[in-house]
Design a protein around this ligand. Structure first.
Ligand code: HEM
Length: 476
């Protein structure tokens, strides 16, 4: 029987999807994130063709994987590499504009000590970011060897920055808290755990249905613009080819963590608390919403208990276990970045709503000289409705969860330098009285920011084929 090419896929085409989307490479703890400008696109295409086999896609894993490589392009790079203008204009506005545009800076709260003049890369006077290469390895020797083998000197690329991305043995961030615990499970890929945490793949990967049971917007290419038939049929636009299918948007933010300020501030504030058993670690855990081991405050409110940590299945209900935030404050980082079933008007609607605003996180810590921070990386199919929504509507918003009105996310929220009274507070609900911490400085500052598109295997071959063509784009 002939297969209907437009049938809604129920299984992920893993061998088409760059592997970082499907795996955090926990068995490859050493990493390097490269940022480049393409200064010679013809040379770059040759180099890319030569190294395209080095890239890692989903599918069966070799028994002993030693290293993995993935890549993603900014909008400026896709333009430079000759993607048809009719395709480029179908990319979402936020990807076209990039995080440096005044509108996106406002949305993300990248002002004051996080404004682009403070960034190490991606700022107005810096070279234009085109490409990120993400290299992961089992040990440092393999990492260095792989970097040499990539022979960047012949690539037509100019290095902007190289950031180490090594996992801590306990997967802790620089504040000392276990990170990367809860990740959405993909419906089209043998998901595990509670139904609330199982998401349709189209929330993160183009070419599959999303939580609205619709295809996320995916840029198409006209049939005649793909004479080599590199691209698959467009599932939502019959007759066209799909450039986006099996690709995803990658947000990269270099977030500097002010570790000494964080702990000094908490020591001072803890000293003011009447109960002596409530120390700086207790305050920090209230701000994160988890203890340093990762144990959630919702399940273990009084002390750290690693036994309470269930990994990706750690998807408990706030509405059921902690409706008043007495265990895990409404203002905590985890409750703001994913409120689950705790939002107005009820648990069912809140669960449905928060499903539209999830991300797959792939961040790893960095140390660059004296600076410590998080290479924040996340995947989503719709940057405006997912990453930007979380940062703007939940983390930066002084009004949140119907009970907060003058505070932002204590870990990575916006701090208004002009109106500190609006964002510098943190409330811990309690009975009979809440605890209020005020005068919070910004513990995390942005030091670089870019939006990338991570193409599928087929889309990458299509991009390479553009450089080999004789016909100028204007003749299409
Ligand atoms: C340096 C900055 C940041 C630090 C140190 C940090 C740290 C953490 C930690 C320790 C956790 C708890 C462990 C876990 O659930 O994985 C967490 C969870 C989370 N963070 Fe962050 N984070 C930072 C920035 C961000 C940003 C910028 C976003 C998105 C805009 C974000 C989104 C999330 C989400 C969605 C969760 C999972 C919440 C859940 O599903 O329960 N984080 N983060």
């Amino acid at each position: 029987m002939a297969q209907n090419p437009l049938a809604v896929p129920t299984v992920l085409e893993e061998s088409e999807i760059q592997r970082l989307l499907l795996s955090g490479y926990a068995s490859l703890p050493y990493g390097q994130i490269f940022l480049f400008t393409i200064h010679d696109s013809a040379r770059f295409s040759d180099w890319l063709e030569q190294h395209s086999l080095d890239l890692s896609y989903g599918g069966p894993t070799a028994a002993h994987e030693h290293s993995r490589l993935n890549l993603a392009f900014t909008y400026a790079a896709l333009e430079l590499l000759g993607l048809p203008s009719t395709t480029l204009e179908q990319f979402p506005l936020e990807f076209q504009q990039g995080p440096l545009s005044p509108r996106r800076l406002r949305i993300l709260g990248d002002t004051g000590s996080s404004s682009p003049s403070e960034w190490h890369w991606g700022g107005p006077d810096d070279p234009e970011v085109h490409l990120t290469l993400l290299l992961y390895a089992k040990d440092l020797t393999i990492l260095e060897k792989r970097e040499k083998e990539l022979s960047f000197h012949t690539s037509g690329l100019k290095l902007i920055q190289k950031s180490p991305a090594h996992l801590d043995p306990e997967h802790k961030d620089h504040f000392g808290f276990k990170d990367g615990i809860v990740q959405p499970q993909l419906r089209e890929r043998s998901p595990r755990g509670p139904a609330e945490n199982i998401l349709p793949s189209g929330e993160f990967i183009l070419g599959y249905h999303n939580a609205r049971e619709e295809y996320p917007a995916s840029p198409s290419v006209q049939d005649r613009q793909d004479p080599d038939h590199n691209l698959p049929e467009h599932r939502a636009t019959p007759g066209a080819k799909d450039f986006g299918c099996n690709g995803s948007f990658l947000v990269y933010r270099q977030l500097k963590q002010n570790v000494t300020e964080f702990w000094d501030f908490l020591e001072n504030k803890a000293a003011e608390l009447p109960e002596k058993e409530k120390d700086a670690t207790w305050l920090a855990a209230k701000m994160v919403g988890r203890w340093p081991s990762g144990a959630p405050l919702t399940l273990s409110p009084d002390q750290d208990d690693p036994n309470q940590l269930e990994g990706p299945n750690d998807y408990f209900s706030y509405a059921e276990k902690d409706p008043d935030g007495l265990r895990c404050p409404f203002a905590s980082h985890v409750r703001r970045s994913n409120p689950r079933d705790a939002l107005y008007p009820n648990a069912a609607l809140s669960t449905q709503f928060t499903r539209l605003h999830r991300i797959i996180r792939r961040g790893r810590p960095y140390t660059l000289g004296e600076e410590k921070g998080l290479n924040f990386l996340c995947f989503n199919a719709d940057i405006a409705n997912q990453f930007e929504f979380i940062q703007h509507d939940w983390m930066n918003n002084p009004k949140f969860a119907d009970v907060l009105y003058d505070e932002s996310d204590p870990i990575s929220g916006y701090q208004d330098p002009k109106h500190p009274e609006l964002t510098h507070n943190f409330s811990i609900p309690g009975k009979p009285l809440r605890t209020r911490v005020s005068g919070l400085p910004r513990f995390v500052d942005v030091r670089g920011s870019a939006y990338f598109f991570m193409p599928s295997r087929k889309a990458l071959h299509f991009l390479i084929s553009l450089q080999n063509r004789k016909t100028p784009q204007s003749a299409w």
